[in-house]
Write a protein that binds this ligand. Structure first.
Ligand code: GDP
Ligand code: MG
Length: 450
């Protein structure tokens, strides 16, 4: 019995707070995770400080229910969930992805390094917008590489979306003329595909700034290859300083990049990731989802998934108090009903043994005599609810006066034998509990009892 009691006590003594101690261990885990995901070190530090502040002193549950199963969770699991939620909050973007023009066609200028996926993303975006009832016009303004215009034309043809270009003209002149073309063709969105470089340089920035001046687009989107990792921050900073980008398209997320760039870019430029490229074909394009990206960056999908459906199963503090009271022999039918309800909440009787104070006292499971069939639970609840207050506080009244049993049976739609059996079980359990309490000289030994 002593062993059982100690177990019960251990179970009751679950962590209920995040302390500086358990946070530091968890902080290290998360820090590593973020660095591996290519989040910039400065961003990592700022993020962890923010998380620490949010986490310290937070009250915790030690058990969560996920997909119908009850799991034991640690303080660091909670911590990681907090990290996940903070990450998500930091990347979440409120409102429309695209800023629409009050009148006339809406301009979307796509910029980025060479090979980042601009041309592909222009086509993907035009397809995405057309599906939403828009009439996009693609503008091929990368005159750097001869193949670039052809590439966009091929994509446009496959999507049956017009592509505008003036051979031999400058990118600025082409873009400036695109508005007239859009009006002529009745198009309401203009997507400008611009030139890139292997690295940011002044001539490129000048050309892009001129295009921006000439077209005054409602949106400047930076296209970033998720695979470039840490360099994404430098790139984003450079483009943002000259062009003040409004949003980001993060491409090649179908690869194994962890996507830390999404967080770094948002932190450094303030521009949210709005869309993601997840493949080479034009259908592989999706609005950005911050929660999915948070899990991807943390790389602890299992923990996060477990905590996602966080559901309070046992109120730890109340359980402790109840245990103390019950072990003193102060166990009422109301308590019994409470326990029954808790069993139902937890889904399976098996869990009772682990979760409840009284369960912890029986390492081998509840004694057969006290064991309850899962199907019986609903009936038990009905029976107890059909009792008067007197009967609940003095169950012996039911033993003395069989008429009461009959009335309760009728009221709860069960057989009189079922009512008697319940009372016997209850009395047996109460006896066991007070016996346990006395055997252990429990004053002062039970958490929650001073
Ligand atoms: P640009 O130089 O910025 O215009 O880049 P491109 O649009 O020409 O794309 C460069 C390469 O990346 C091409 O081979 C594309 O097929 C590929 N690409 C673009 N976006 C994605 C993506 O989301 N996933 C994958 N796997 N490849 C992509
Ligand atoms: Mg291109």
């Amino acid at each position: 019995l002593t062993r059982g009691f100690r177990q019960a006590r251990n179970r009751l003594a679950g962590l209920t707070e995040l302390t500086a101690g358990n946070i530091d261990a968890a902080l290290r885990e998360v820090r590593l995770s973020l660095l591996e995901a290519d989040v910039e070190i400065g961003v990592v530090k700022a993020f962890l400080a923010r998380v620490k502040e949010a986490a310290v002193g937070r009250t915790l549950e030690t058990r969560v229910k996920h997909a119908g199963e009850v799991h034991q969770v640690s303080a660091s699991d909670h911590f990681i969930k907090i990290c996940h939620d903070e990450l998500e909050a930091m990347m979440t973007h409120e409102g429309d992805e695209i800023a629409w023009a009050d009148s006339g066609p809406t301009g979307i200028m796509m910029v980025g390094l060479q090979g980042s996926g601009k041309t592909t993303s222009c086509a993907k975006l035009s397809r995405y917008l057309e599906k939403q009832g828009k009439k996009p016009l693609l503008v091929a303004a990368d005159m750097q590489r001869p193949a670039a215009v052809e590439q966009l034309k091929v994509l446009g043809e496959s999507l049956k979306i017009p592509v505008f270009n003036i051979p031999g003209e400058s990118p600025v002149a082409i873009c400036a003329a695109a508005r007239g073309e859009a009006k002529r063709l009745g198009r309401d969105v203009i997507i400008y595909d611009t030139a890139g470089r292997l690295a940011i340089d002044e001539p490129l920035m000048q050309e892009l700034a001129q295009i921006k001046d000439a077209t005054k687009p409602e949106n400047v989107f930076l296209v970033v290859d998720a695979m470039i990792g840490q360099d994404a921050v430098k790139t984003a900073r450079g483009f943002n300083e000259r062009l003040s980008i409004g949003g980001v398209v993060l491409t090649k997320l179908d690869g194994d990049a962890r996507g830390g760039a999404a967080l770094s870019i948002k932190e450094v430029t303030g521009a949210p990731v709005l869309f993601t490229g997840i493949g080479e074909t034009t259908d592989k394009f999706e609005p950005f989802r911050a929660d999915g990206m948070a899990s991807r960056i943390l790389g602890m999908g299992d923990v996060v998934g477990l905590m996602q459906d966080f559901e309070e199963v046992v109120d730890q503090k109340k359980a402790e108090k109840d245990a103390a009271r019950m072990l003193q022999g102060d166990f009422t039918l109301e308590d019994f009903l409470d326990q029954v309800r808790m069993i139902q909440k937890m889904g399976s009787l098996k869990d009772l043994v682990d979760k409840l104070p009284l369960g912890g006292m029986f390492p081998g499971g509840l004694p057969q005599d006290v064991n309850l069939d899962d199907r019986e639970l609903v009936r038990i609840e009905a029976i107890i609810q059909s009792m008067t207050r007197l009967e609940k506080s003095d169950p012996y009244a039911l033993v003395r006066e069989p008429k009461r049993v009959e009335r309760i049976a009728k009221g709860s739609g069960s057989k009189p034998e079922a009512v008697s059996e319940l009372v016997q079980k209850f009395l047996f359990m109460r006896q066991m509990m007070s016996g346990l309490g006395q055997n252990m000289g429990l004053m002062g030994k039970i958490p929650g009892m001073k």
